[in-house]
Design a protein around this ligand. Sequence first.
Ligand code: SF4
Ligand code: SF4
Length: 418
Amino acid sequence: MNRSDLIAATDLCVKCGLCLPHCPTYVETRDENESPRGRISLIQGWATGALGAAPELTRHVDNCLLCRACEAACPAYVPYGGIVDRFRQEAGAAGKPLAARLKSGILRKVLTGPSLSRLAGSSLARRAAVAIKNLNGTKGLGRGFGIAELAAGLPETSVRPIKKGWTGFHPAENGRGIREVLLFQGCTAALLDSETMTSAIRLMNRLEIGVRVPEGQTCCGALHLHAGEGGAASERMARNLAAFESANSDVIASFASGCAAMLRDYGEAFPSAEAKQFSERIRDIGQFLAETPWPKDLKLRSLPATVCVHSPCSLKNVLRADRHAPALLRRIPDLKVVALPAQTHCCGAAGSYLLEHPQMAQKLRDDVLERILASKPDYLVTSNPGCAMHLRAGLKQRGREGIEVVHWVTLLARSLTE
Ligand code: SF4
Ligand code: SF4
């Protein structure tokens, strides 16, 4: 999107205000500048040259979670996410406080650097997870950089030994494979999602699906794009296009909905025929499993418990695929499945937002946790690693660590009979 495309995109907004009640930052502050309509007007003013990129202006855009609830509610189809990403690439970083830039920069380096992906499942990765968990982050550096918050959000499984290495082909069980799917691993699998990754492969293999995890894939680039680093995001896109290009399946599944949303948006963020074709192959794993016929003889073990299903904004507002997880979980005998109401706002995790805007992130999390706890769950499932981490830390803070936070794929895989 160039400057004139940006002006044209902001012109689509008819200022009706229908998006306002859907915007978490507007609902919390009641400030028009903290609303989608207000932010579009500010960006429009900047794009036309009527306003400069003053810190006050960029701060309001920086406060946006990019949850895209406004986009889902907008009758004029204003491409809000693309407008904000474009603005942040050109002007956004100037208004961001130095501490926030440092925190999100460190998070991007740690999570998306090649070293962590290469360490997936190794004893070194486990030792790093244990060290982070043991950090006393309640004061000084730990508190200032949100280390305590991050440490509290790590899953217990990140410190247990796991099967090493996922790259390659995992054949369907019983040699009855009728389909092959490509699996996007994401940069957080090593630290946050090892059990989800193993569960996704095991479940699909049992459903007679061969799973290929292509070598050379990398971080989707979402954290970079939303922080205004378009160049870094497009480098990652190029590596992913190359990694998945020659693989002979027309479906690329992702279990992390934030990654799936970014991969699905490659064609719009960086227009090219290759990026568009790649985007068309992306499926959230829930959508893929709901579209796939399950073997008639497949049995799942009973689980007499209550599970609360949280739908991340990326799943609900971008992929529009939030109906599948509850339906799939209802296959588990005796499991009571409670989905959070559709109008539940963003939990505040939003990539690196939880580190950069801790007060707003914790306020939003409190609202979501109230709704979750009202369902009296034994398990909380969500399909985005950032949301899982943020909500797990919030439950711990309230002394509710007995509620296990996992991906719903894991619950299904645990219910498979041997
Ligand atoms: S973004 Fe859409 S819903 Fe919001 S004010 Fe503009 S036209 Fe209306
Ligand atoms: S993306 Fe979310 S936080 Fe940002 S303006 Fe839209 S609804 Fe509000």
